[in-house]
Write a protein that binds this ligand. Structure first.
Ligand code: PLP
Length: 442
């Protein structure tokens, strides 16, 4: 990498990616990398989709950008319509931004403004969960419960309360049923609302299936229904962050469909643009929108590139492909196939403690001792070793670990394109098995 272009690791030389071919990225030396994680759960259609490319060319020939202060565009309208047609009931409005963190920022500010305009200005507090990630901008970072990411920037972050995540593999008690466990951890929300004073609490934010910080961990059945009840009881808005798990990744367009609840807001990004365009969106209930429309009539927020015509046209083509090509049922069948292949490779592996997830959003958790679930020492950086060994073998996967919010552990997140074939699933699992073996041997 030339030294005037830098990523998070300065001084690191990365291969130069030059071309995409379905589920593969090809570098300038001609090496092919199977994209087993869509980058970070982004590339749901693979890297060379002809229809998305055609839609982008068409939009570019017509109009690349028109500022939302002056215009709407057919591309933005069509995208919003399509999202709303398939959104959980009650979500009636769409706010288009450029990524996941922007969507979360918008959600937090919309929540605040909703309470200001409905006569509850004392409501400003946000409750989230430990070991969570909602983005890297300051508002989203403040909401997240990843101590490592927050640490350096703590003086800049708004105060947020964090309750336990719903992480049955690690936290359910001996003899406790999944339902009992879910109820117990959901009830932490009620306790926290009461501790803070219900009249001060604005919103609770959580991922239906936790991606980066836990490695594809869905909540147990009933957890989110109890969360919804508690939010309703205390007048707290429920924001679901589906930036990673949304847009079909779990087999439903919106992951929360499986939990049977209707949130007040949903944030999406990643799979929405599938990497073809940077785009995110906030979906909000008609109730929230109407309160502001009847009040100030103005959401006091905005970004230059919101509602960008190219981004909207790309996302519309992506969403049309997901819905029109039968990709949601395909996520379910290929997800089952990947899950089965992972189980046959790793079920008896002494250091794979858990295989979990939904659809094509699966995670493996590594443990030093399977019986006690003891994690590896963070200094060993097992997740980083797996990432490096997999990349060396031509596989892109998304391992995370070390110490997250005071808890140790290593996991590997898998989120391949929805178009992944049976042979490519076998290739993925084969390369991952070899990478895990190499990482454990070093
Ligand atoms: N929310 C979740 C759940 C995420 O996983 C991420 C990114 O990984 C974000 C928000 C932030 O999205 P972005 O990186 O597009 O700003």
């Amino acid at each position: 990498m030339p030294d005037h272009v830098f990523g998070r690791s300065t001084g690191t030389v990365l291969p130069r990616a030059v071309r995409g071919d379905g589920c593969y990225i090809i570098d300038e030396a001609g090496r092919r990398y199977l994209d087993g994680s869509g980058g970070a759960a982004v590339s749901c259609l693979g890297h060379s989709d002809a229809e998305v490319r055609a839609a982008l060319h068409e939009q570019l020939d017509a109009l690349a950008f028109a500022h939302t202060g002056f215009f709407t565009t057919a591309a933005a309208e069509a995208l919003a319509d399509l999202l709303i047609d398939h959104a959980p009931p009650g979500l009636e409005r769409v706010y288009l931004v450029s990524g996941g963190s922007e969507a979360v920022e918008a959600a937090l500010k919309l929540a605040r403004q909703y309470f200001l305009e409905t006569g509850a200005p004392q409501r400003h507090r946000v409750i989230a969960r430990r070991q969570s990630y909602h983005g890297n901008t300051l508002g989203a970072l403040a909401a997240g419960g990843n101590a490592w990411r927050r640490q350096q920037f703590a003086p800049l972050l708004a105060e947020t309360s964090h309750i336990s995540p719903c992480y049955a593999y690690r936290d359910s008690a001996e003899g406790e049923s999944p339902e009992e466990y879910g109820l117990r951890v959901a009830n932490e929300l009620e306790a926290e609302i009461l501790r803070l004073g219900p009249e001060t609490v604005m919103a609770f934010i959580a991922e239906p299936v936790v991606g980066a910080t836990l490695g594809a961990v869905p909540a147990v059945p009933g957890y989110f229904r109890r969360i919804r009840e508690i939010c309703d009881h205390y007048g707290v808005l429920l924001i679901l962050d589906e930036v990673m798990c949304g847009m079909g990744r779990t087999g439903h367009l919106f992951a929360c469909a499986e939990d049977g609840i209707e949130p007040d807001m949903i944030t999406i990004a990643k799979g929405l643009g599938a990497g073809y365009q940077p785009i995110g969106a906030l979906l909000a209930s008609g109730r929230i929108y109407d309160a502001i429309a009847a009040g100030s009539g103005f959401f006091q927020h905005g970004h230059t590139y919101m509602g960008h015509a190219m981004a909207a046209a790309g996302a519309h083509a992506v969403l049309s492909a997901i819905l029109g090509r039968g990709l949601l049922p395909r996520v379910v069948t290929q997800g089952q196939r990947l899950d089965a292949a992972l189980r046959s490779a790793f079920d008896t592996h002494p250091h794979i403690g858990d295989i979990r997830g939904r659809g094509l959003f699966l995670g493996l958790e590594l443990v030093a001792d399977k019986a006690t679930k003891a994690p590896f020492e963070p200094e060993r950086k097992l997740h980083a070793r797996i990432k490096a060994a997999a990349f060396e073998a031509g596989l892109i996967c998304y391992p995370m670990g070390g110490t997250i919010d005071g808890r140790r552990g290593d996991h590997v997140l898998l989120a391949p394109p929805f178009i992944i074939s049976d042979d490519q699933i076998d290739e993925l699992v084969d390369k991952l098995s070899r990478a895990v073996a190499v990482a454990l041997a070093t």
